[in-house]
Write a new protein. Structure first.
Length: 94
């Protein structure tokens, strides 16, 4: 990705953070978990920016990433939560 493409990616990513946070909170039904989902999504998107084609729908791409992170966390026993969520859960347990 070119330097200007990277700046464009970053600007669009930043502009979508409020929507991503709201979607995470709505999907999870929990404010804290929703924030964690959004943060994990941003990290994955940033690491995968070479796979994103500028000019396509970044919002849909980000929401798909968030949904794919969330789905295993609510799949029931034996589900594998993303590492950030496992870490947060371990620190919040009594």
């Amino acid at each position: 990705m070119t330097k200007s493409g990277c700046r464009d990616f970053e600007a669009e990513l930043i502009s979508l953070i409020p929507q991503l946070r709201a979607f995470g909170r709505t999907l999870s039904g929990d404010s804290s978990l929703g924030e964690d989902l959004a943060q994990d999504t941003l990290a994955k998107a940033w690491m995968s920016q070479d796979r994103f084609e500028m000019g396509t729908n970044m919002r849909a791409w980000l929401f798909t990433i968030l949904r794919n992170i969330f789905t295993p966390t609510c799949a029931g026993p034996g589900a594998h939560a993303p590492s950030i969520l496992r870490s947060l859960h371990a620190h919040s347990s009594p």
